[in-house]
Design a protein around this ligand. Sequence first.
Ligand code: FE2
Ligand code: FE2
Length: 151
Amino acid sequence: MKITEALFAEHLVFHNMFDHIEAAAPKLKTVAEVKTLAGLLEALLKAHSDTEDELFIGPLEHCFEQIGQRDGFLEEHQEIDDSLKRLQQAKQFKKARQLLLAAVSYSRKHFDKEERIVFPMAERVLNSKTLAALGQTWMEQRTRVTPARRG
Ligand SMILES: [Fe+2]
Ligand SMILES: [Fe+2]
């Protein structure tokens, strides 16, 4: 599988999760509920963004530089992660829920940009052998048994 197909498949799961969070938000009642949802989103997004940073940005660095997007792209991953971490400090329910919805909306824009610009750019610039090799690395990373899962 090509790395772009693997990442796009992950995006589909996130789009479902974003829909779910937005639909569930009006029914949430406590700060703890908001933080639990945000924590789940943070952990899953982190794994996805780290993969993109590690596997994708390196081989495409010169392209990102050409379109002036390199720092912006990395910063967006950091920004999403930071905003979900900040949310964990929130004391007020309404503030926490507002931060969660803002993080979802920002993530949607980021994902959209990747699907419209970054993934097609990768498919244009990298040859199919490289895309498949990166896909294989992705597969190995995802199936690696972590200490937490072993316990
Ligand atoms: Fe990303
Ligand atoms: Fe992504």
